[in-house]
Design a protein around this ligand. Sequence first.
Ligand code: ADP
Ligand code: MG
Length: 241
Amino acid sequence: MPGIRLDSVSKVYDGDHLAVDELSLEVADGEFMVLLGPSGCGKSTVLRMIAGLERITAGDLWFGRTHANRLQPKDRGVAMVFENGALYPNRTVRENIMFPLLVAGEEPAEASVKAAELARILGIENAIDQFPWTLSGGQRQRVAIGRAIVRRPEIFLMDEPLSNLDATLRTELRQEIGAMSKDLKATTVSSPTITSKPSPWPTGSRSCATAGSRTPAPPSRSTPTRAPRSSQASWARRGST
Ligand code: ADP
Ligand code: MG
């Protein structure tokens, strides 16, 4: 599995809105990284640039030794889970999870076994033949995670995957996601849900405070505002939680 490196990566929206300012970040092979920062500071933008859903304005993105700026999303080995991981409403949990395998041409019987195994790891094996509307929010999000990782991505991205859950469930699911990503050996980058009382992230995970985005420049300005050096990414290593 490759690590991820961002070298002075910036994103400018609409010609003058500097959303990410020269972010340099290294996520080691198999590491779990949490992007921290207030709403609007560019967490989603960073994740979307890693996934290839958003073009990088400046700087370099590396997956291991591969320069990834221009790789097609489908060629990146990346899976991403969003806040509202929408499920196929007319498919069961098992069918939702195995769907990407079927699309990739895998035999249904084999895909079904893999889906069941993943459901077990995610603690939703009892709901495997249920439809999404019968599930709790936490169960639905587990299915969305299962569907994202069933093809064993090398890089796993999560954008506030737990924001719709209550605090207890969020803490529990965070620990499970941590264990699962270790199991998968996927390099994982996640943005958390900011709450007044943050709950812990998995033991051994590392967090990175992303710099805030800049106020949109006035129309007359032709170049984006540069963030002061002090607001560049800073680091904190988490010992235990
Ligand atoms: P976060 O995920 O940390 O809340 P975002 O990455 O969503 O932050 O947004 C960072 C900044 O970029 C914000 O100022 C936001 O308004 C802006 N932004 C995000 N997406 C777009 C877009 N598609 N077009 C223009 N501006 C955007
Ligand atoms: Mg966001």
